[in-house]
Design a protein around this ligand. Structure first.
Ligand code: AMP
Length: 414
């Protein structure tokens, strides 16, 4: 099946071919026809499978057909997503695919001034992509009317539940017409998700993509046993050996993100980090510079990285192992997007072996090991440009700096 064979507007086909999509991915093949027929869909699919276009293509077509003889009188399609980044990325997919249609797509999210968002809503928006918090605010203020919504999409519903958005979502349902088409997407499924799904969808078509192996076939992923304090040397060595590659490094906390960034700075390697403590404008400019390839190494936490679509990430490094399969799949799904090949390497310390066991148990198979001989291991530590390569001297340096800082403050007071 080719996109040419679908009964969708020519303008959308032009955009699809400009994006370089030749054939529909699995999820697109399975979802586009029922969505075009107006059916509700409940799809279990991870990011990286092409799921955004799987709903964007038919939605744009449906709204384009309906718009021929109707005036713009409110939001027709509402897409709820868990994070700012996913909102921006989804908007960009809609804008690219809808370039040759008369459909206006727009995204709203928190963390930025709401006035320009309200201004744009007043001008008329057909497709609104939004995070639940900001959307709830605007509806409560009476500046966003959802009475004309015909299609509702919940994307990454499992992540929305994790972030505690359930109440916002259910409250918002009171503002959306009951008679509508609902498309529900989640990377994983459990009892809670099922309950939410069945409260929203009606006789949905169920689509499940590769449930046995949640890791896309085109991603090679492996684990290397590296002690916690040695991880920075292995990251340093990996970055030096692959200086032209785009590398996304995952860490467990914001603090760790900053520490890894400093450790790389000490050895003259440039990187940047995104996490929720950073202002939205910083996050957006960091993402842009990573997307354009100017920035080669990006350090991220799970929350900040949900929904990021960065084409051509060559390597994903799990600097810290995530605690479960879901985050593991989401993280490594950042490489090998669409039909490209991807590579993901996880650093696993002694303390993290329990997480590895959980991941492998849920994955149903072992993850490939990278054997590092003692010689290689020691060599990696030896060649590091980090002058302070043992933890004790590092701590001593921190203590000395603090002492100097206190002295300086004391001197100033005097
Ligand atoms: P998603 O799962 O929506 O995050 O999409 C993952 C990536 O796959 C994005 O970079 C898309 O541009 C790409 N993609 C989506 N559909 C196709 C397709 N039919 N052929 C090739 N790449 C695609």
């Amino acid at each position: 099946m080719k996109f040419e064979d679908y009964r969708i507007a020519e303008g959308i086909k032009t955009s699809i071919s400009k994006l370089g999509y030749k054939k529909p991915t699995d999820i697109q093949y399975k979802s586009i026809p029922p969505i075009l027929r107006g059916e509700d869909v409940l799809a279990i699919a991870q990011t990286g499978t092409g799921k955004t276009a799987a709903f964007a293509i038919p939605i744009l077509h449906i709204l384009q057909e309906r718009k021929q003889n109707s005036r713009p009188d409110g939001v027709k399609c509402l897409i709820m997503v868990p994070t700012h980044e996913l909102a921006i990325q989804t908007e960009s997919v809609f804008q690219k695919l809808g370039k040759h249609t008369k459909i206006d797509s727009f995204c709203i999210h928190g963390g930025v001034d709401q006035a320009p968002q309200i201004e744009q809503l007043n001008k008329g928006v057909d497709i609104l992509i939004a995070t639940p918090g900001r959307m709830f605010d605007l509806v409560s203020q009476g500046v966003l009317n959802l009475k004309r919504v015909e299609i509702l999409v919940l994307d990454e519903a499992d992540h929305m539940l994790d972030l505690g958005f359930i109440k916002d979502i259910l409250d918002l349902m009171r503002h959306i017409p009951r008679k509508r088409q609902t498309l529900f997407f989640s990377a994983t499924i459990n009892e809670k998700i099922k309950k939410l799904a069945y409260s929203l969808v009606n006789n949905a078509i169920r689509i499940q993509i590769a449930p046995e192996d949640p890791v896309a076939k085109n991603i090679d992923h492996a684990v290397a046993f590296v002690e916690m304090d040695d991880k920075r040397f292995f990251l340093e060595s990996l970055i030096r050996d692959n200086s032209e590659k785009k590398i996304l490094v995952f860490v467990r906390t914001k603090l760790r993100a900053e520490r890894v960034k400093s450790a790389l700075e000490r050895v003259n390697l440039t990187s940047d980090s995104i996490h929720s403590d950073k202002a939205q404008s910083f996050r957006a400019s960091t993402m842009e510079s990573f997307r354009s390839g100017k920035l080669k190494v990006l350090i991220a936490t799970d929350v900040s990285a949900r929904g990021i679509d960065i084409p051509n990430v060559d390597y994903v490094i799990n600097y810290d192992l995530p605690e479960g399969l879901e985050n593991y799949v989401h993280r490594i799904g950042r490489t090998g997007r669409g039909k490209q090949k991807g590579l993901a390497i996880s650093f696993c310390s002694l303390q993290e072996k329990k997480f590895l066991e959980i991941i492998e148990k849920n994955l149903g198979k072992p993850i490939q090991r990278i054997d590092i001989s003692d010689e290689e291991y020691n060599y990696t530590l030896d060649i590091s440009q980090d002058k302070v390569n043992d933890l004790k001297s590092l701590l001593l340096e921190v203590e000395e700096n603090e002492l100097k800082h206190k002295k300086r403050k004391g001197n100033k007071k005097k």
